[in-house]
Design a protein around this ligand. Structure first.
Ligand code: C5P
Length: 312
């Protein structure tokens, strides 16, 4: 990976995430759904380098094809930098260089991780010394998943998913992620869920009630037992995403036929996350999926949230 040279540069890193449980409640007036989710940060990271500059820009480096990503003011990393500048009264800008490892539009919060790492990097570069609480508050204005990318670890998210409380988790969970060669739009998947609920009005009632995280999920996370967690994986966005991208059903089957304890759509997809028992099973499943021409990567969780990296 090319790391650009500069006399002053700040490097920050933030993780992608898997929602091991995601219950979607009703659509609110602000266009968001109320939800209850359990997040786990996993070891696929976004790296952000921040350089002094008079205005705001972003570019991408690294191996993932980033040609579809916008680099203007609508890029979430630039929005994050501008939000911090506004909040602190900082008058300069920043040149951001981002190396991506989280799948793009994959349901793993890659864009949110860019924003979280950018907040931390700019705060350090500009010397604005904003508190963690304030950075989290700015994060929440940028997107529902940005606070969690900032916080990392294991957490329960309510509200839009941005009201976080840490959850106890023991040990490490092993995942194999099947990456798709297409993206799914998060609003599009939520809209499909709403259409489905409108068509099946009788199913709405339980969803309208305040969603909450199943106690068994918390128990499995606390116990550090993958077999237990596998039993409780659940995602309300999976059915609508499968409706929009029916081929994902076969991916889920293939993972489970090849040794996964369970598979789940990650967030709004299309990445499929397979929970496996240990490192060996992860390797075996990765090899099996690759032989079936499914691009698969391994990750573990939970991992830390956004942090500064001191390059040697
Ligand atoms: O906050 P973020 O930009 O990630 O959300 C993208 C879109 O996903 C929202 O505009 C909304 O359509 C949908 N969403 C939702 N309810 C949530 C989170 C996201 O409807 N809790």
């Amino acid at each position: 990976m090319m790391i650009p040279e500069a006399s002053t540069v700040v490097h920050a890193r933030a993780p992608g995430k898997i929602n091991v449980f995601l219950k979607v409640g009703s659509l609110q007036d602000d266009g968001y759904h109320e939800l209850a989710t359990a997040f786990q940060a996993v070891s696929l990271y976004e790296d952000v380098w921040a350089y002094p500059a008079d205005d705001f820009s972003v570019e991408f480096s690294g191996s993932i094809d980033t040609s579809d990503l916008v680099t203007d003011g609508s890029n979430l990393a630039i929005k994050a930098a501008r939000a911090l500048a506004r909040k602190t009264g900082f008058r300069g800008g920043v040149r951001l260089v981002i190396s991506k490892n989280v799948p793009i539009a994959g349901g793993m919060g890659g864009g949110s991780a860019d924003a979280a790492a950018t907040l931390l990097a700019c705060d350090a570069l500009w010397g604005t010394a904003v508190s963690k609480e304030e950075l989290l508050a700015i994060a929440a204005t940028l997107g529902a998943d940005v606070p969690f990318a900032f916080m990392g670890g294991t957490a329960i998210g309510t509200g839009r998913g941005d009201q976080l409380s840490p959850a106890l988790a023991k040990g490490q969970f092993h995942w194999v992620l099947a990456l798709a060669d297409f993206g799914l739009s998060t609003p599009g998947v939520y809209a499909e869920l709403d259409r489905h609920r409108d068509r099946h009005a009788q199913d709405i009632f339980p969803a309208i009630m305040q969603p909450s995280v199943d106690a068994h999920v918390l128990q499995a996370l606390r116990a550090g037992e993958p077999a237990m967690l596998a039993e409780t994986l659940s995602n309300d966005l999976q059915a609508p995403a499968l409706h929009l991208a029916p081929g994902l059903a076969r991916v889920l089957e293939l993972g489970e036929e090849n040794g996964a304890l369970a598979g789940i759509l990650s967030g709004s997809g299309p990445t499929v996350a397979f929970l496996v028992a240990d490192t060996d099973s992860a390797l075996e499943l990765q090899v099996a999926l690759s032989a079936l021409r499914i691009h698969a990567v391994r990750a573990t969780g939970p991992v830390h949230g956004a942090r500064l990296i001191h390059d040697a």
